[in-house]
Design a protein around this ligand. Structure first.
Ligand code: SF4
Length: 267
């Protein structure tokens, strides 16, 4: 482990607990599965988890949600038009009090996509997701797994405009904004999505459950592997959960290694 990572983990208050495991190590809460008699996909632990541990949640959902006319139009947009459309959007009440829309930031061909909830006050001022203390923690979490904002990483939110008072976005607001995130994901084509916090997880997975019950498993968003962990803002308030978040990041790294090596079949 490098001195830089030690510094990061120390800042996160996670040493000596947070240690990036080797790619071959199985996540602690997920037993390795598969045998020589299994189909190839099931011999891979990542795929085995997706099929053996979470199939009912995924199989119960349509892979492609039917789109209305507005969503169909958004689904045709390329990056420049998509950005213009978001900047001018008045499709839900959140537009009324925003200063800036927060489109998302990062590598538009990233393998990693991190999705949060919605802009806070600082994000609304700057027009960029995850600035301020939560953003700093997210950047440190990324650095701890050798990632960097903007480099093979894209960061977006469920809604592009700040909910007043930093409340959670309402279901209808998230639904109106969803086509934008859909299109971003279609354009980025990430290998792995990391849902940061309950709002992101619930809206992406269409399933209301606590983060504690969704983390540690491999889910899917329209065929793209998805992992759930805690929102950095929550981690700032709940220090004991940091070790769990680190375990989630290790699981994500391990999953990504499987995807990059081609050993994990699409979900
Ligand atoms: Fe439009 Fe999304 Fe902003 Fe609502 S939150 S006004 S749908 S960009």
């Amino acid at each position: 482990m490098t001195a830089r990572r030690d510094e990061i983990l120390k800042e996160l208050g996670l040493t000596p607990v947070w240690r990036l495991r080797t790619p071959s190590a199985a996540p602690a809460e997920v037993p390795a599965s598969g045998s020589a008699d299994d189909p190839p996909a099931l011999r891979n632990p990542v795929v085995a988890q997706s099929q053996a541990r979470e199939p009912e949640a995924i199989r119960g959902l349509p892979k492609v949600v039917p789109l209305d006319a507005r969503a169909t139009g958004i689904a045709q947009l390329e990056w420049p038009q998509l950005k213009e459309s978001v900047a001018a959007c008045v499709a839900c009440p959140l537009h009324a009090e925003r200063n800036k829309t927060v489109f998302g930031v990062g590598d538009e061909a990233a393998e990693w996509l991190f999705v949060g909830e919605g802009p806070g006050a600082e994000e609304d001022e700057k027009g960029e997701p995850f600035v301020g203390q939560a953003g700093k923690l997210l950047d440190n979490m990324l650095a701890a797994i050798n990632l960097k904002r903007g480099k093979n990483v894209y960061i977006a939110n469920i809604v592009k405009c700040r909910p007043p008072g930093n409340r959670n976005p309402e279901t209808a607001e998230a639904a109106r904004c969803e086509p934008y995130l859909h299109r971003q994901i279609a354009l980025i084509k990430p290998k792995l999505i990391v849902a940061l916090g309950k709002v992101a997880a619930v809206n992406l997975l269409k399933r209301d459950a606590p983060v504690a019950s969704m983390r540690g498993k491999l889910h899917a968003y329209q065929g793209i592997p998805l992992i759930v962990t805690y929102h950095p803002a929550y981690l700032l308030r709940s220090l004991p959960e940091k070790a769990k978040a680190w375990a989630d990041l290790c699981f994500a790294v391990e999953t990504m290694h499987g995807l990059q090596s081609g050993k994990a079949a699409p979900i």
